[in-house]
Design a protein around this ligand. Sequence first.
Ligand SMILES: Nc1nc2c(c(=O)[nH]1)N[C@H]1C(S)=C(S)[C@@H](COP(=O)(O)O)O[C@H]1N2
Ligand SMILES: [Mo]
Length: 209
Amino acid sequence: MSPVTRGFVGRRRRDPRLPPGQYDVGDQWPVLTAERAPNLDTARWTFRIEGLVERSVEWTWDEARALPRERWDGDIHCVTTWTKFGMSWEGVPIDTLLAAAGPLAQARYVVAHSHSGYTTSLPLADLTGGRAWLAFAAGSGAGRSGRPEPLTREHGGPARLLVPHLYFWKSVKWVAGLRLLADDDPGFWERNGYHDRGDPWAEQRFQGD
Ligand SMILES: Nc1nc2c(c(=O)[nH]1)N[C@H]1C(S)=C(S)[C@@H](COP(=O)(O)O)O[C@H]1N2
Ligand SMILES: [Mo]
């Protein structure tokens, strides 16, 4: 790239919704899956919270679907540098589910795991305070007036974790449950050099960032 071009790009106004090092992926919604996408039957689907809790709690599909849902509108950020603006999601607040299990005082970390084996680890505090959901539906602004539609299998349906203030590898597709721990137990990408927290605005991509 010539210095002239670089100067021109440098003067272009950046969308303030774009975290450092990210680009706007537009109408696309890329699929990133490390394992084989499972085909889950909602008749046998469960979601479980266990570990450092007063009581382990497991929800069936019908029980989880009967809980009050919220809508969240905003942007998602993948560590591979794509950002998708203006999504609408629908799900049960993780706060609601945690309240049923009663986290113990020692609980500070969580391993979230999927029905297909993928895991991710993150601070418990990042799943509380109205910032994380057990999501059932998503819409992307383009088409269908952006209304959330049931999650497709490739995007983690029938249900996935949604933690949009962190890089999207923390948002486990086909989520099966949360295990609360006193100490961090790195998940799939965290063991492979990715950051324990993953805040896109602090550009916490890799260990040490
Ligand atoms: N079970 C599972 N969940 C996962 C992944 C995965 O490979 N397996 N990839 C993560 C990554 S890196 C990203 S960016 C998002 C991608 O979600 P999408 O495929 O719906 O865009 O899912 C996250 N959750
Ligand atoms: Mo990602």
